[in-house]
Design a binder for this molecule. Structure first.
Ligand SMILES: Cc1cc2nc3c(=O)[nH]c(=O)nc-3n(C[C@H](O)[C@H](O)[C@H](O)COP(=O)(O)O)c2cc1C
Length: 246
């Protein structure tokens, strides 16, 4: 296995368990440089990154974090719209332009994942988080000075060092459930029980009397209706930013 494959096979997300060790700033710059190599649709680069080392802002985007740095990834069409106008063209990314919105979300995700791999290759731990979507959206716009229109903070990558040694662990479903050859095959009935068991092996710490399986915890607690509160706020923010999907 070459070094790149080794780095990828050892990837694990941090869980707010970063140590106090500082990350040298040039390494963050290096991660940013390399993450910008990620593919993006038509090379429009429908994104902006905000790199954050201010403790208060780190708390704002994540509630509470031990991370030393974060990069917030924004789906952002302002550059391309303004450049189009400057040249006398129209560029309409917003409402009902699903093609552009889906492409933009891919672009942002590819940037973030490439940053994760670049960081891991430098021995830096990370977690991708969408916690920014769960925060007060007007506060995020105000404190990060985001444009009101055509710009949404979608996710962040948090950076730091963990004490936990890196080792390869089984924490994905086997390929037979995920990978299809030529044609999609539906899950067979017995597959559901196998999936429940596999998740129990990955996350035994969530199992107790009220949650005999990890997925009981997931469906009962993690997917609880309280999430509807921030969904509504997010929907309003999407609308305000010009991304209303009808
Ligand atoms: C879009 C996205 C959002 C995520 N948000 C969070 C988060 O808010 N908090 C967190 O602890 N992990 C978050 N994660 C990390 C996942 O929980 C993690 O990738 C998954 O549990 C698998 O674990 P692993 O990355 O260690 O293999 C997120 C990952 C992605 C891709």
């Amino acid at each position: 296995m070459n070094d790149t494959l080794k780095t990828i096979s050892m990837l694990r997300s941090a869980r707010n368990d970063f140590t106090d060790k500082e990350i040298p700033e040039p390494l963050i710059k290096c991660i940013i440089d390399h993450s910008m190599k990620a593919a993006n649709a038509s090379n429009v680069q429908r994104y902006s990154m905000i790199y954050i080392d201010d403790k208060e802002l780190l708390t704002l985007i994540t509630n509470k974090t031990t991370a030393k740095y974060a990069i917030v990834y924004c789906l952002d069409y302002n550059r391309i719209i303004e450049t189009a106008h400057h040249m006398g063209y129209e560029y309409k990314p917003g409402t009902d332009n699903w093609y552009d919105i889906i492409s933009g979300i891919f672009d942002v995700s590819a940037l973030a994942q490439t940053a994760v791999i670049a960081a891991a290759s430098l021995g830096i731990d990370t977690v991708i988080t969408n916690s920014v979507l769960r925060q007060n959206q007007s506060e995020i716009v105000k404190r990060l000075n985001l444009p009101e229109k055509y710009c949404i903070a979608v996710m962040a990558v948090l950076f730091g060092y963990r004490d936990i040694p890196r080792n390869e662990q089984m924490n994905r479903l086997p390929q037979e459930y995920i990978v299809h050859h030529n044609q999609y095959h539906s899950l067979r009935e017995e597959g559901h029980d196998s999936i429940i068991k596999i998740y129990d092996q990955i996350y035994p710490q969530y199992m107790d009397e009220s949650h005999p399986h990890y997925l009981d915890y997931f469906f009962k607690e993690w997917c609880s209706p309280s999430k509807d509160d921030y969904n509504k706020e997010l929907k309003d923010r999407m609308k305000e930013a010009g991304f209303e999907i009808k």
